[in-house]
Design a protein around this ligand. Sequence first.
Ligand SMILES: *Cc1c(COP(=O)(O)O)cnc(C)c1O
Length: 425
Amino acid sequence: MTAPKLPGHPHIAYRGNELFVEGVRLSDLAREYGTPLFVYSKAAMLAALAAYQRGFAGRQAQICYAMKANSSLGVLQVFTQAGCGFDIVSGGELERVLAAGGDAKKVIFSGVGKTRTEMRRALEAGIGCFNVESEAELEVLNEVALAMKRRAPISIRVNPNVDPKTHPYISTGLKGNKFGIAHERTLATYQRAAALPGLQVVGIDCHIGSQITQEDPYLDAMDRVLDLVEAIEAAGIPLHHIDFGGGLGIDYNGDTPPAADALWAKLLAKLDARGFGSRQLMIEPGRSLVGNAGVCLTEVLYLKPGEQKNFCIVDAAMNDLPRPAMYEAYHQILPLAPRTGEAPMWDVVGPICESGDWLGRERTLAVQPGDLLGVLSAGAYCMSMASNYNTRGRAAEVLVDGARAHLIRQRESVADQIRGEQLVG
Ligand SMILES: *Cc1c(COP(=O)(O)O)cnc(C)c1O
């Protein structure tokens, strides 16, 4: 078999017959750290970030990495050192930003269910902005801020009601979604916010969904948001920044999302045309910064050929890579050292006791037990969604930087898992 080229993954490539991330041979990492193992390319993350930075050259723009895509400290460190802020969705994520050396002033706090405790902690830390998602949340945040003798900087997340044309579970900007304030309620909500003494209105925010592969939803959402900005400012409420959220897709399986710089060239042309070109801009990309920087390494445990299906049972599972089970998502699966010979069709499945525990269906692979496979596009929404189901410890993680590999998370032990549990008596 000739080793395939990996067009969507410039930092992951076969050299001879072995798969490498940057200058590091993946089978060496699997041997050293065991499997399942997540491996991330620092160069791939920085290249993905650079596409946005090129797009915003000469503009006032803050990139806030939406860290729920991958919140490991070693990954956050890469982005904070590159000047990014962070979009967080919980108090736990704020603590991670601070632990990674991030700047609280560059943190924006999204999410529909912020607790009073989380609000207090975020105010104490001095975050840049709360993205408020409901009228009820406005009132609570106002109370919390007043009790602390503070003013909470806020923007309101508006729901532009555009279809991002993605999976329904990751579509967030339609009327039937739980996110944001309905377009029609926006002005009234801003007027209420402006009247509350514990709040300071600083911006407006939207985020329409995830794994978006077309430009139109972004252009439409921008028009809808700018209409609102005009109406809000006409009512005497100035907005310092406009936050266009995240959501740009990546190439999992021949998907062709626009490049970040090309997309922003179009969006900035629209902003310029509508007279908002010099406004402070914010964006919240997650998946597009880390998704294709990651590979999950796994070992083939057993082959189980059958009458209807052949199963290739590997040591990674839905607790490590939840996206196939959750969204029937596709991840490319490649041998770390392709072998010649017969390549039958396999369903690649994990050891978990659920029929939903599959990583890839109907994959042609020449494999034998003991072989190592790489599950690609595993940098986003994999480790950060990993669980301990079946009392499986979460995988270890390695960050590759050129020829060097840094362990950024140890494999979770059973002792780690049961810490905090106790018997009755
Ligand atoms: C998840 C999320 C993002 C990032 O989405 P991606 O598709 O990973 O870019 C940005 N903003 C908010 C509010 C989110 O919830």
